[in-house]
Ligand binder design. Structure first.
Ligand SMILES: Cc1ncc(COP(=O)(O)O)c(C=O)c1O
Length: 395
């Protein structure tokens, strides 16, 4: 568990580090890759060992998900969060976005509105549009450096009978809020009042930074009109071994979801995925605790660095995730100019704030699940670029 170790990810085809990807999105193949939300760390040792054994077995025919696999997941949620997930409510799927596409089809009609809380993970917008629904915004409010849900606006949007679904990102990517019980209760009450189906995307659930605690939506809401999407992909850095789960308490909804999965033959099993997931949930707890401590150190490092550097860039304090939402508004650059500045002058590839909706303009999302050295290099680049700009007479 040496999170300081630099691992050359270009040895294998890796999206985040692909020169063509960096070139396409940033016009700079040499920018430090910090835009994709995966980690530059090795998976837990137990996962690596199990995959090694599975690979050595040499036979990779059709598999199935044994009960021990589900048992490891259920025990993880029970032991870490006190959340008892009923085994029969759990439906595996290849990925969260694919489950979300199915849920949107199931719980709304073409042309209906799906409520989002921007600035928010940009692929939500894609999954809504590709399924011919409309994006309806309930923007978060930034109050004294802290993001909040605008409940009055949510009530108005939910009351519109055309709006059928809310996608709740909990914890929130990119702003790093870990929604607390009272907030989730209010969301649940509003959506219940207006018959809005809630899809709680909890892929970042394991990344609440202590002392913050993750509160599963379905441990607060009654679940008759909701589903939660969970996944080990981010937690254990195994997103290349896709496995996700949807928790659907309502039996009729669950049947319909399974029917969709069968219709499109999405219920195939990945034999490496099965091994990785079971090993991770069974034996990955200590590794995750060490990782959270390292991430806490990264956050503290950024905050102190930016305060000391005094370059007009600040950190929105994350309560969770491995993403830092940085406020660049002090540089006085509009969105496209900021993008150019970051990619070419600072040579860092960040997910641009405006990708998450216009509410994110002036911000950038930095993936901080990288060795401290990489993070420090990125911050040094940023500082040098701002100072050079100032010396030229810019802001
Ligand atoms: C909030 C959120 N949901 C979903 C995903 C993607 O999940 P999957 O790869 O299982 O579709 C991501 C990945 O960045 C994410 O941040």
């Amino acid at each position: 568990m040496n999170f300081d170790e630099y691992i050359d990810r270009r040895e294998y085809p890796t999206l985040k580090w692909r020169a063509a990807f960096l070139n396409e999105h940033f016009g700079n193949p040499d920018a430090i890759p910090m835009s994709v939300a995966d980690m530059d760390f090795k998976a837990p040792p137990a996962v690596i060992a199990r995959l090694g054994q599975r690979a050595a077995h040499g036979v990779y025919g059709y598999g199935y998900r044994p009960e021990g696999y589900f048992g490891a997941l259920l025990a993880w949620y029970r032991d870490r969060y006190g959340w008892e997930i009923a085994r029969e409510h759990l439906v595996p799927s290849p990925s969260i976005l694919n489950a979300m596409a199915i849920l949107i089809n199931q719980h709304s009609e073409r042309g209906n509105g799906v409520i989002l809380q921007p600035p928010v993970f940009f692929e939500f917008r894609m999954v809504i549009r590709r399924n011919h629904r409309r994006v309806v915004k309930n923007p978060l409010r930034l109050v004294d450096g802290h993001y909040e849900i605008d409940f009055e606006d949510l009530e108005r949007k939910a009351a519109d009978p055309n709006n059928k679904i809310l996608i709740l990102c909990s914890p929130h990517n990119p702003v790093g809020r870990v929604w607390q019980r009272e907030e989730l209760e209010q969301v649940a009450a509003i959506c219940r009042r207006h018959g809005v189906f809630v899809i709680a995307d909890e892929i970042h659930g394991d990344f609440a930074l202590p002392p913050r605690q993750f509160v599963p939506y379905l441990s607060v809401a009654d679940g008759e009109n909701a589903a939660a999407c969970i996944s080990p992909a981010k937690t254990f850095n195994i997103s290349g071994l896709v496995e996700a789960f949807t928790i659907i308490p309502n039996a009729a909804h669950r049947q319909a979801f399974r029917a969709f999965m069968e219709q499109y033959f999405l219920d195939r099993v990945h034999v490496f995925g099965v091994e990785a997931v079971e090993a991770a949930y069974r034996d990955g707890g200590a590794w995750l605790d060490a990782l959270l401590a390292y991430l806490r150190g990264q956050v503290d490092f950024i905050r102190a660095y930016l305060q000391r550097a005094d370059i007009g860039v600040s950190l929105i304090e994350p309560e969770g995730t491995f993403l830092a939402w940085l406020d660049f508004r002090g540089l006085g650059l509009e969105a496209k100019a900021l993008e150019q500045f970051l990619a070419h002058e600072a040579q860092i590839a960040l997910a641009q704030g405006y990708w998450f909706g216009r509410e994110g303009a002036g911000f950038g999302r930095m993936t901080i699940a990288c060795p401290r050295q990489t993070l420090e290099r990125a911050l040094n680049n940023l500082r040098a670029a701002v100072l050079a700009r100032r010396a030229r007479g810019g802001t």
